[in-house]
Design a protein around this ligand. Structure first.
Ligand SMILES: *Cc1c(COP(=O)(O)O)cnc(C)c1O
Length: 431
């Protein structure tokens, strides 16, 4: 498989080059150039296959030109080295898939560990300085810092909007030692992502240090998100769902997971319908309804890992929607609906959801028709959003909180939304 830019104005490159560049030189995002559907028998036999075996088949289509099969196998096994259980809520009608059992308790662990494992393979015997840069609105920072901070020669810079992350979200990357530089930006998540983008496209900076962005715009973080949908489908069929009637609801912010769901369908996954669930930041739902992007400032919500008004993976989604065979619905979910849904799921099923999954639950219920089987993706451990969950389920206060106090705090630097400030810090850290 080779990779082309969504702007169609860059050379077509192998996977490793696409990963190293992050953004394509024309500013677009890399996409598989030529998606060949997987052989249909895979889907007849997929129930019963372990998730790592399914992911291996999928990953091989992406990586086989760059890596030997055994290497792909070990990359996949490293990325998926924890359970991803399906939890039935309502017989076969509604289930959820918990994707948050990785080291930082978020779905982003899978993509971050996949990318880190590839870099580690490429950098065996090589410890030339490399800067990993990631912008975060909540969970990407911890997942990326955790996945990369121990690689020799690698320094991780995390950019986040000042005042928008919980203590726990911040401490999960400020407590990892001196190879992680936390930078708080006086601006929004979208400003942070713009700074990261400028840094990775800055040829002047490249004379000082090599940088790679580890946001979901990076092809190496984007592709492994397809695994979730193949696995969700397999577990649903195993669980007795009609294979023709499976509807998947995806908590969506930057639309990496959503684009991956669309890509999985392009690869032949017979999902009946995809539901995109956003919080009050409803750029995508409006885009689907009107076909135009209207920029509004991002608002802070209870599902803060999805607080973006300019979804970074929109170019991928638009490209995949051309000639798409799968139906797509999008819904925006308010903070009030999030709280109600967490309460409702707990009262009805005795199950605790986090605010991001709660958006997907609400959206799924709006879309699901009789005879269909719905699954919503659970992307964060409810423990990570304890305050919101306690508002919805007062008795959650009595459950033992996970230890949150992490002693070694790296003091964040605060910068304005001016690229030169970031550039100076990166150059200094490297010196
Ligand atoms: C990142 C994230 C999402 C949204 O994923 P996108 O690919 O950015 O749409 C949803 N929930 C949680 C908990 C996340 O960390």
């Amino acid at each position: 498989m080779r990779y082309s830019s969504t702007n169609h104005n860059s050379p077509i490159v192998p996977f490793v080059d696409a990963m190293r560049q992050g953004f394509a030189p024309d500013g677009g995002l890399y996409m598989p150039q030529n998606v060949i559907p997987l052989p249909p028998p895979l889907f007849w036999n997929i129930a019963g296959m372990p998730s790592t075996d399914i992911a291996y088949v999928v990953a091989n289509t992406f990586l086989s030109e760059d890596f030997e099969p055994e290497t792909v196998r070990s990359i996949v096994n490293h990325a998926l080295s924890f359970p991803m259980p399906l939890v039935k809520l309502d017989e076969t009608r509604i289930a959820t898939m918990e994707l948050f059992h990785g080291p930082t308790k978020s779905v982003k662990d899978i993509g971050a560990r996949f990318m880190a494992s590839i870099l580690k393979t490429l950098r065996e015997n090589d410890d030339t300085p490399l800067h990993i840069i990631a912008a975060t609105s909540g969970d990407a920072g911890s997942a990326v810092a955790n996945a990369f901070h121990n690689l020799p020669g690698v320094h991780v810079t995390i950019l986040y909007p000042k005042g928008r992350l919980t203590y726990q979200q911040r401490s999960s990357f400020t407590s990892l030692g001196p190879t992680v530089t936390p930078i708080e930006v006086r601006g929004s998540f979208d400003d942070c992502l713009a700074l990261a983008r400028t840094a990775t496209l800055d040829t002047g900076l490249r004379q000082h240090v090599r940088t790679i962005t580890a946001n979901s715009i990076n092809i190496a973080r984007f592709l492994p998100q397809t695994f979730h949908f193949f696995n969700a489908y397999a577990r649903m069929v195993e669980n007795g769902a009609d294979p023709q009637q499976i509807v998947v609801s995806v908590p969506s912010g930057n639309l990496g997971n959503l684009a991956a769901a669309l890509l999985a369908c392009r690869m032949g996954l017979p999902i009946k319908r995809i539901v995109a669930a956003t919080n009050a930041n409803d750029t995508f739902a409006r885009y689907l309804a009107t076909g135009t992007i209207e920029h509004r400032p991002a608002v802070a919500t209870h599902a803060n890992a999805m607080d973006t008004a300019m979804p970074a993976n929109l170019p991928r989604v638009s490209e995949l929607l051309t000639d798409s065979k799968v139906e797509l619905h999008a819904f925006s979910v308010s903070d009030i609906e999030i709280i109600d849904a967490i309460t409702d799921v707990y009262n009805r099923y005795g199950y605790v959801t986090d605010p991001h999954a709660a958006c997907a639950f609400v959206a799924l219920n709006r879309s699901l028709q009789p005879g269909e089987h719905g699954i919503f993706m659970a992307t964060a451990d409810p423990e990570k959003c304890r305050q919101v969950v306690e508002t919805a389920i007062p008795s959650f206060k009595n459950s033992a909180p996970a230890p949150t106090h992490r002693p070694h705090q790296q003091q964040p630097m605060t910068i304005p939304t001016v690229y030169q400030s970031l550039k100076n810090i990166i150059i200094q850290t490297n010196g």
